[in-house]
Design a protein around this ligand. Structure first.
Ligand SMILES: NC(=O)c1ccc[n+]([C@@H]2O[C@H](COP(=O)([O-])OP(=O)(O)OC[C@H]3O[C@@H](n4cnc5c(N)ncnc54)[C@H](O)[C@@H]3O)[C@@H](O)[C@H]2O)c1
Length: 368
């Protein structure tokens, strides 16, 4: 392979191949950086990328639905880098011993199309989703918010809790899940975190008195996790689990009485809580608030909703972070995802001597 590439990432690709970061190495990276510190860094990377929103080539993700779940492809690019994520959402998976959400993705060079970095994104999705939630809440919630209700205590939940502790100063959690074992797992995982955790017997009990309510449940239906009588003036709602057509968490009247913020409006109209609303239902894209172009919260008693579905740009930012840190820490391994060729026009040479072996005789029928 030629090694004339000038950019260090491309020169590395030309000489060594694609950097691959598997799940154990990604976990090692997060352990070394610190889970809260990783989410703070990902939140900052997302903020930087959202501030240059117009520079990105954006599209709603491509979804393949089945009765039990969805598989999605999420591409985005700027002038230098292209990324995509493959991700699924199958709420019944945990009964089969599989994760509800599983993901991997690629960061590539736009000038050449070279896949520089191939990474696990299951753990990384949890980091970036929590980082995104906390960034939105830091922008929209009342600054004196200290108590968060956390409804749904599955795979994403501890990450949400720690990101809100780190980025907003949340000190107390009120938690509820229909599965008591999930809540017990969360309590055990967050022991020693410094968070004061109250286990509640219902969503209504958990939400009472909370300043922020995070819903992160998994159920492939239009659920009513939050209903209007639970909502108190000034609350910020971080609605994470509703992210697919026919899969939502909030009663529609909550949205009518709130100010609603989304990531990328064309995708959120299809997948978000607002899928039940008309095309004229007013929403604000978060990047506009971050750039100071649109108002965020305008009154202390206003109810704000972050109608999160997960947008490709958040994965782009997270991949940037994981790539940089993997390089800095020497984690991951280089793999031959693409054939290494002395003459790039001679792809046939990748077959070695097998490529020039005599063709098998096609005339004789195969014995069955
Ligand atoms: N918006 C985003 O960017 C984003 C990113 C990742 C995941 N998600 C979504 O977040 C949700 C949670 O993901 P996960 O990986 O934690 O899933 P998970 O299956 O590990 O956990 C979901 C939890 O929700 C609980 N639950 C289901 N119905 C409930 C109800 N009515 N009340 C209380 N709890 C209930 C389940 O018992 C389970 O413990 C999924 O719907 C997933 O698709 C969204």
């Amino acid at each position: 392979m030629k090694t004339t590439a000038h950019h260090p990432d491309l020169a590395r690709f030309a000489t060594r191949g694609t950097l691959y970061l598997g799940a154990p190495e990604a976990a090692e990276l997060v352990r070394r950086v610190g889970v809260r510190e990783s989410m703070a860094a990902v939140a900052e990377a997302i903020r930087e990328d959202f501030l240059r929103w117009p520079e990105f080539d954006k599209s709603a993700r491509v979804a393949a639905h089945s009765d039990v779940g969805v598989i999605e492809l999420m591409p985005v690019a700027d002038g230098q880098r292209y990324s995509f994520k493959y991700v699924n959402g199958h709420p019944g998976n945990t009964r089969l011993g599989l994760s509800t959400v599983m993901a991997f993705g690629v960061l590539a060079d736009v000038d050449t199309g070279a896949p520089l970095f191939l990474s696990e994104l299951t753990l990384t999705t949890a980091l970036r989703t929590a980082a995104m939630s906390a960034l939105a809440a830091r922008t929209l919630a009342r600054p004196d918010s200290r108590v968060m209700a956390l409804i749904g205590n599955g795979a994403q939940s501890e990450f949400q809790a720690l990101a809100f502790q780190q980025l907003l100063g949340i000190t107390a959690l009120r938690v509820y899940d229909i599965d008591p074992a999930a809540t017990a797992k969360l309590v055990a995982n967050l022991r020693g975190s410094g968070l004061d955790i109250t286990v509640c017997r219902s969503t209504a009990e958990a939400v009472r008195g909370a300043h922020i309510v995070t819903t992160v449940t998994a159920d492939k239906r239009n659920a009513l996790i939050l209903t209007p009588e639970m909502i108190e003036p000034g609350m910020h709602l971080n609605a994470v689990g509703g992210d697919c057509p026919g899969k939502t968490e909030l009663h529609g009247a909550i949205l009518d009485a709130a100010r609603v913020f989304v990531e990328y409006e064309p995708q959120s109209r299809i997948e978000g809580e607002i899928q039940h609303k008309g095309a004229d239902f007013a929403v604000t894209e978060l990047w506009q608030v971050l750039r100071g172009e649109r108002a965020g919260r305008t009154a202390a008693d206003e109810v704000t909703v972050f109608d999160s579905v997960g947008f490709a740009l958040e994965d782009f930012s997270a991949l940037r972070f994981m790539h940089q840190r993997a390089l800095a820490l020497g984690l991951g391994e280089y793999i031959d995802l693409i054939p290494s060729l002395a003459d790039p026009k001679n792809l046939f040479s990748a077959l070695g001597s097998a490529g020039s072996a005599p063709a098998a005789r096609a005339a004789e029928p195969l014995a069955v």
